[in-house]
Design a protein around this ligand. Structure first.
Ligand SMILES: [Zn+2]
Length: 269
């Protein structure tokens, strides 16, 4: 090979089209392998953050009880719910959050949260909202009706003092709840079942179970611990997501193990 031949041969630089296509195909394949893992990690992160939120709220709730001679704060959210209680004025004062209307989206200053009795203990609106809650609202959590309400709801007898709760480790205080309607608050106290009839019950304007964490939901308990529940019955998930209509709730309650678990966790007496 002489110098003339060397000069004529073009110097190779960059990729050929075939090489470029191969690189793109490999990168695409790697991304398709990694994406579910990344998505799963992101969802797991949101669930952990949510568990941290309800843990903070429950610590606040515990402190409130201790500061008020074991008297539980009121789990309902609206003043109108206090009217049926024996002492409506006093009961309304002790609501954990204080909303008067269901349209939370207009509460830009988060007055509902800031005016509640728990705000002295959790004085940041952030932990009141779940990151995985796709609806535009400021609050995602609801408090179990049996924890401090003054009225019997569907044969559910609430307790009003911490010392009256039996088996604190198995009784729900906060639920990562769902209203199911854009811009609506997760209103009232948490009671997604009918104790009288023995079935799931989804009433309008009342919060319900959610399934926003990998087909499950998060709960806190009266002893302060938190749990992530995976719904075991596919019908429960569909009901939580609104795929099954509320009117069909009684019909999917037969042999529903999620429902049986919920009954046990909500009954406090
Ligand atoms: Zn959540």
């Amino acid at each position: 090979m002489n110098m003339r031949t060397l000069r004529r041969r073009p110097l190779r630089s960059g990729f050929t089209l075939i090489e470029l296509l191969v690189v793109i195909a490999i990168v695409s394949m790697l991304l398709s392998i990694m994406m579910p893992g990344l998505k799963g990690a992101k969802e797991a992160g949101k669930q952990i953050a949510c568990l941290s939120n309800i843990r903070q709220l429950t610590m606040g709730w515990t402190s409130y009880n201790a500061d008020n001679e074991e008297r539980l704060c009121a789990p309902h959210t609206r003043r109108s719910e206090s009217i049926v209680s024996p002492n409506p004025v006093e009961d309304a004062k002790h609501r954990w959050v204080k909303e008067e209307f269901p349209f939370d989206v207009f509460d830009e200053n988060k007055v509902v949260i800031r005016s509640g009795v728990l705000y002295s203990y959790v004085n940041d609106p952030g932990p009141y909202k779940c990151d995985a809650d796709r609806f535009k609202r400021f609050r995602s959590y609801a408090m179990a009706h049996g924890m401090g309400a003054k009225v019997i709801l569907d044969d559910l007898n609430p307790v009003t003092r911490f010392t009256k709760i039996k088996n604190t480790s198995s009784k729900i205080v906060f639920a990562d709840a769902e209203a199911g309607i854009e811009q609506f608050q997760v209103s009232k106290s948490f009671c997604p079942v009918s104790f009288r009839d023995g079935w799931w019950q989804r009433l309008s304007y009342r919060c319900f179970i959610s399934a926003r964490h990998r087909k499950g939901s998060n709960f806190s308990f009266a002893d302060g611990h938190v749990e992530d529940w995976k719904w075991k019955d596919r019908r429960t998930v569909d009901l939580a997501l609104g795929i099954i209509e509320a009117t069909e709730a009684p019909f999917i309650s037969v042999n529903n193990e999620d429902l049986a678990r919920m009954f046990k966790a909500l009954r406090v007496d």
